[in-house]
Write a protein that binds this ligand. Structure first.
Ligand code: HEM
Length: 432
C-alpha cells in the first residue's frame, strides 16, 4: 500500500471503533449513564422557578440513577440556568474559577492546561497559542491547508453511493482527522490516538487501563515533538515548538515538552469531539427544516446564520462548572466560598428573556450573542476552526449532493445523548 493509499484508508476505514467512539448511545452505555432524550422542558421548568438554585443539575431535574464524579464532589453545589447569571459568571473568572477542572475532575489527566488556569497565568499561556487560532489564521491556514481537502476526500467516499450516514461518514471523521493532520500526526494514528486520549479520561474504567491509554498518547506526542524539533514542518506542533512564552517579568522562553504535550492533549480532546457532534446537530436541524435548507442553498450567505442558530438552539457541550473563590451573590442567591457552581449553556441559550420562542430553530432570528462557545477569558479557543469545518462541509454538501434529503428507510434523526454531550447518532440521507 502506498503512503497516499494508507492515508486515504485511515480516513475512510470501517474500523468498528468509529461506531464505538462516535455514537452518543454507545458512549452513554460505556460511561454507565442514562440517555436524556429531551432535557429542554425540564431545563425550562427549572429556570422558570429561579435562575440560580442550590443543588446539582441532577438533583434539580430529579435524575438519580447515574454516577459521574463531577456531580459527587462533597462541596455545596449550585446551578445557574439563565443567560444573565451565566454570562455574569463567565466574565468574572476570578470569582468563579476554572481551577475546578483541575482540583476535582478527570480533566486533571490532561496536565497543566489553559482550561483550568486563571488570571495572568491563563493569559500568558493562552497568548502563546492564540495566534494559531485567530479568525485570520483559520481562513488563511487551517481552511486551505487541512479542512477543504479533507471535506473533499470524505464526500468522495460516499458521493457515488447516492446515500450516506453523515454522522459516521462525515461529521465524526472531519474534525478528528483535521486536528490530527494539523498537528502533524499521521492520519493512520488518528483513531488510535483519539481512542486512547478519551480512554485516559474515562473514570469508568480501571486506573491501570487508563494509565495504559495515557502512555500510548504521551508516546505518540513525544515522538511527534522530537521529530518536529529535528525537522520543522507546516503544522501546529512545529509552531508550538517555536512559540514564545512571555513570563510576568517579560522574559521570553520556549515551551517545555511537558507544556506542549498538555496543550496538544487539550486541543485535540476539545477539537475532535465537539465539532463532530455540532456539525451533526446542524445537519439534523437543516434536514428536519427543509424550507430553511432550501433557503441556504439559494443564499449561501445564510450558512453562517444556520450554524450560529444551531449552536444556540442545541449546543453539543452544554454543561460546565466553576469553583467560587469568595462568598458571592448570584441571581439573588448567596453562594459561599468554595462552592461548585454548575452552569448549563443550553438553558442560557433558550432563555425566553432573551430569545422569543426559544425552542424554534430559526435561521432568520435577529443575531444576538449566545454562549455556546462560552464567554470571558475561557471563550472557546477553537471556535473559528469549528465554524470553518462546519461551513466548508455544508457548502461542499450543497455543491456535490444538492438534492440531499432524509432517507425514508431510516428513522428521522434526532439529537440525543447525556446531559453533558449531545448529538445525533445517525443522519441518514439520500441524494441522486
Ligand atoms: C462546535 C464546536 C465547539 C464547541 C461548542 C466548543 C465549546 C467550548 C466551550 C463552551 C468552552 C469553554 C469551557 C469553559 O468555559 O469552561 C471551550 C473551551 C475550549 N475549546 Fe472549544 N468548542 C468547540 C470546538 C473546539 C475546537 C475545534 C477546538 C480546537 C481546535 C476547541 C478548543 C478549546 C480549548 C483549547 C478551550 C479552552 C479555552 C480556555 O480555557 O482558555 N474547541 N469550548
Amino acid at each position: 500500500m502506498t503512503a497516499v493509499e494508507a492515508k486515504q484508508s485511515a480516513i475512510t476505514s470501517q474500523d468498528p471503533r468509529y461506531e464505538e467512539i462516535f455514537d452518543l448511545i454507545s458512549h452513554a452505555k460505556l460511561m454507565g449513564v442514562d440517555l436524556v432524550e429531551n432535557p429542554f422542558p425540564m431545563l425550562a421548568e427549572a429556570r422558570a422557578k429561579a435562575p440560580v438554585q442550590a443543588g446539582t443539575l441532577l438533583d434539580i431535574l430529579g435524575i438519580q440513577n447515574r454516577r459521574m464524579p463531577m456531580f459527587e464532589v462533597e462541596r455545596p453545589h449550585f446551578i445557574a440556568l439563565s443567560f444573565a447569571t451565566i454570562d455574569e459568571m463567565l466574565t468574572n473568572n476570578d470569582v468563579y474559577s476554572s481551577s475546578v477542572y483541575y482540583e476535582f475532575f478527570p480533566t486533571k489527566q490532561l496536565g497543566k492546561s489553559i482550561l483550568h488556569l486563571g488570571g495572568t497565568e491563563h493569559r500568558q499561556y493562552r497568548g502563546t497559542v492564540q495566534p494559531l487560532f485567530t479568525r485570520r489564521n483559520v481562513v488563511e491556514w487551517w481552511q486551505p491547508t487541512w479542512i477543504v481537502g479533507l471535506v473533499d476526500e470524505l464526500i468522495s467516499t460516499f458521493e457515488k453511493k447516492g446515500k450516506a450516514d453523515l454522522n459516521q461518514e462525515l461529521c465524526a471523521r472531519l474534525p478528528m482527522h483535521t486536528i490530527t493532520r494539523a498537528f502533524g500526526l499521521p492520519s493512520e494514528d488518528a483513531l488510535d490516538f483519539r481512542y486512547h486520549l478519551m480512554r485516559g479520561l474515562n473514570m469508568q474504567i480501571s486506573k491501570e487501563d487508563r494509565a495504559i491509554s495515557e502512555e500510548v498518547v504521551s508516546r505518540l506526542l513525544a515522538r511527534a515533538i522530537l521529530a518536529r524539533r529535528a525537522s520543522p514542518g507546516n503544522d501546529v506542533i512545529t509552531r508550538l515548538v517555536a512559540a514564545q512564552f512571555i513570563d510576568e517579568d517579560g522574559t521570553r522562553r520556549v515551551l517545555s515538552d511537558d507544556e506542549i504535550v498538555s496543550f496538544c492533549k487539550l486541543i485535540i480532546a476539545a477539537g475532535g469531539g465537539t465539532t463532530w457532534r455540532q456539525l451533526g446537530i446542524t445537519l439534523v436541524a437543516l434536514m428536519t427544516h427543509p424550507e430553511q435548507f432550501e433557503a441556504i442553498k439559494k443564499d449561501r450567505q445564510l450558512i453562517d446564520a444556520a450554524i450560529s442558530e444551531s449552536l444556540r438552539w442545541h449546543n453539543t457541550s452544554p454543561h460546565f462548572f466553576r469553583l467560587t473563590t469568595q462568598d458571592v451573590e448570584l441571581g439573588g442567591i448567596e453562594i459561599p466560598k468554595g462552592s461548585i457552581v454548575e452552569f448549563n449553556l443550553n438553558a442560557a441559550n433558550r432563555d425566553p428573556a432573551r430569545w422569543p420562542d426559544p425552542d424554534r430553530y430559526d435561521i432568520y432570528r435577529p443575531q444576538q450573542r449566545h454562549l455556546a462557545f462560552s464567554s470571558g477569558p475561557h471563550t472557546c479557543l477553537g471556535m473559528y476552526v469549528a465554524q470553518a469545518e462546519m461551513k466548508v462541509a455544508i457548502n461542499a454538501l450543497i455543491d456535490r449532493c444538492p438534492n440531499m434529503r432524509l432517507d425514508p428507510d431510516f428513522e428521522t434523526p434526532r439529537v440525543t445523548g447525556t446531559l453533558e454531550m449531545r448529538g445525533p447518532s445517525h443522519v441518514n440521507v439520500i441524494f441522486d
